[in-house]
Write a protein of this length. Sequence first.
Length: 89
Amino acid sequence: MCLPHGYDDTLKNKVDELIKKLKKEEVQEVKEEKKINIVLVILGIVAFVLAVAGIAYAVYRYLTPDYLDEFEDEFEDKDVEDEFEDEED
């Protein structure tokens, strides 16, 4: 295809400009992806730490004795004994 002399140069310039724009857009997309990946990694680490802390707390609550139940039982026993003593008098 034979184009007049000036058109050939302008066509090359436009193609070069398009290629440069595409490269810039690709570089920007890669930078945005890296930012998103960093945020996802940080959120993943935080979620992992929270999950481990939750599991550790659940195990702690399960394994520690419940002193409050024993304390309430002692109170209930004393109340019942006092009632029996009052009824006997």
